[in-house]
Design a protein around this ligand. Structure first.
Ligand SMILES: *Cc1c(COP(=O)(O)O)cnc(C)c1O
Length: 417
C-alpha cells in the first residue's frame, strides 16, 4: 500500500500529519493550534451570514466537500476543522473527515445518513456491543433489518450481500473483538459494488487503523473510529472519527452532526490533534510488544489458545491478514483450559496490566470479555463467535515487553498453584 497521501507529489503520511491542515497565522503565529472555545462566530456582513447559512442548509452547493464559513460551534468550529484536516493523511485513500464526541456518535451518524425504512444492513458478527445494540434494538423497530453474517466467512459474506433485498449498508468490523477474526474488506466491497442498490460499505477500523489497515484503499466508502482507543491513546478522552473519499458522504454526515449536536468539543479536538503525530509510533511499539508476548505465551500448558494474527492457522485467515494488514497490532487473547475460574485467577494476579475494558492505550489493559464487554450476547452468539468462559483479552501498551511478559508468567504460575 502506498505510504503517500492522496495529494499527488505530496509528502508521506507521517510528515503530512505534522504539516498539513494547520495554519499558524490563524492562531496568532502559535506553533500549536489555539483552542477556540467560542460557541458563535461573527460575520463581516449580513450577506456573508446569509451565504454561510445557504451552505449549511444545503441551498448552496459547495464543490469538493468545501466547508461553510464558521457560524455556530454545533455545526463546526476551528479545532474540529484543524483536527479533520490533520487526520485525513493518516487514512490511506481518505479525503474528508468528520469528528464526533464518541465512537458510537460517529457510527450512529453514519447509519442515520444511509439507513432507509424497509432497507437491510448486512453486518459481520460479532460487532462492538454498542453497534449491535444500535442495529438490533434501535434500527430494527424503525424498519431497518439487520442481516448478521459471521466474520471471516468470505463466501458467506458475499452471498449475504448479493442476496440482501433493498440493501442500504454493508457494515464490517475487522479484526473482530475479542477473537481477532478478520474479514476480507475488498471482497465485501466488490460484492457491494455489484449490488443494484449500491449499499455504502462502512468499516469499523478501530483495532488496526489508521496505522496498519486502510479500508478506503480496498474500496470501502467510510472508515469509522472510536478515537477513544488507539487514536487518542491515553485512556483520557472519548472521541469518534469518520473518514471518507466522497464529498457527498461528508456533506451528509456534517449536516446530520449539526442536527444531532454530536460534534467533538474544541478542547477534545485540541487534545486528539496533538496525539495524531504519535499514533504510528505508539501502535508500532504496541504491535511489537504484543507479538513478542503472544508468541512467547503460545503453547503454554494452561492455555488452549493464544489468539494473535501471526499465530493464525486457518489458511483463509492467514491469507486475509497477509493481504490486508501491515502489522498484527497490539491486541491478543488467551484462552484458559481451566475456564472462568482460571481466567479470573489470572486477572487477580496480573500486576502491571490493569483490569479494565477499553483498549489502545499506552498502558496495558486486560479484561474477561464474556462477563463484561460481551455479556450482552446470547448463548448462541457467544458460541458462534468463540467468546468462551476461559477467554482473556489483552490490550498491550508501550511498557517494556519483558516486564509485561514476566508479569503474565508470574500470574500464570499463580493460576497453576
Ligand atoms: C470502543 C469501540 C467503539 C465505541 O466507541 P466509543 O468511543 O466508546 O463510543 C466502537 N467500535 C469499537 C471496535 C470499539 O472498540
Amino acid at each position: 500500500m502506498s505510504d503517500f497521501t492522496h495529494v499527488p507529489g505530496a509528502v508521506r503520511r507521517r510528515t503530512a500529519v505534522l504539516t498539513a491542515g494547520f495554519d499558524p497565522s490563524l492562531s496568532v503565529g502559535s506553533a500549536r493550534p489555539a483552542v477556540f472555545r467560542s460557541s458563535t462566530y461573527v460575520f463581516a456582513s449580513p450577506e456573508e451570514a446569509e451565504h454561510a447559512f445557504g451552505i449549511t442548509t444545503g441551498k448552496i452547493k459547495m464543490e469538493n466537500g468545501a466547508r461553510a464559513d464558521l457560524i455556530y460551534s454545533r455545526f463546526s468550529h476551528p479545532n474540529a476543522e484543524i483536527l479533520e484536516d490533520q487526520i485525513v493523511p493518516l487514512e490511506g485513500g481518505g479525503q474528508y473527515a468528520t469528528v464526533y464526541n464518541s465512537g458510537m456518535a460517529a457510527i450512529m451518524t453514519a447509519f442515520f445518513a444511509y439507513a432507509r425504512p424497509n432497507s437491510t444492513i448486512v453486518y459481520t458478527t460479532p460487532l462492538y456491543g454498542g453497534t449491535t445494540g444500535l442495529i438490533q434494538k434501535f434500527l430494527a423497530p424503525l424498519g431497518v433489518t439487520g442481516i448478521a453474517v459471521a466474520s471471516g466467512q468470505t463466501e458467506a459474506i458475499e452471498t449475504a450481500i448479493r442476496t440482501a433485498k433493498n440493501c442500504s449498508i454493508v457494515y464490517l468490523e475487522t479484526p473482530a473483538n475479542p477473537t481477532l477474526i478478520m474479514t476480507d474488506i475488498e471482497r465485501a466491497c466488490e460484492a457491494a459494488a455489484a449490488h443494484p442498490d449500491k449499499p455504502v460499505v462502512m468499516v469499523d477500523n478501530t483495532f488496526l487503523g489508521p496505522t496498519f489497515q486502510h479500508p478506503l484503499q480496498w474500496g470501502a466508502q467510510i472508515a469509522l473510529y472510536s478515537a477513544t482507543k488507539y487514536l487518542s491513546g491515553y485512556s483520557d478522552m472519548l472521541g469518534g472519527v469518520a473518514i471518507t473519499d466522497r464529498a457527498e458522504i461528508v456533506q451528509k454526515m456534517r449536516s446530520l452532526r449539526g442536527m444531532f449536536g454530536n460534534i467533538m468539543q474544541p478542547d477534545e479536538c485540541w487534545m486528539l490533534d496533538g496525539r495524531l503525530s504519535t499514533v504510528a509510533l505508539r501502535m508500532n511499539r504496541q504491535s511489537k510488544n504484543a507479538q513478542r508476548i503472544a508468541e512467547a505465551l503460545h503453547g503454554h500448558k494452561l492455555l488452549s489458545r493464544v489468539i494473535y494474527p501471526t499465530l493464525f492457522t486457518d489458511p483463509e485467515q492467514k491469507r486475509i491478514f497477509e493481504k490486508q494488514c501491515d502489522f498484527p497490532g497490539g491486541m491478543f487473547s488467551i484462552e484458559f483450559k481451566g475456564g472462568k475460574d482460571a481466567a479470573f485467577e489470572f486477572l487477580r494476579h496480573v500486576r502491571i496490566a490493569r483490569n479494565a475494558v477499553s483498549l489502545g492505550s499506552v498502558e496495558s489493559l486486560t479484561c474477561h470479555p464474556r462477563s463484561t464487554t460481551h455479556s450482552g450476547m446470547s448463548q448462541q452468539e457467544l458460541a458462534e463467535s468463540g467468546v468462551t468462559d476461559g477467554l482473556v483479552r489483552i490490550s498491550v501498551g508501550i511498557e517494556d515487553w519483558r516486564d509485561l511478559l514476566a508479569d503474565f508468567d508470574q500470574a500464570l504460575t499463580a493460576v497453576e498453584a
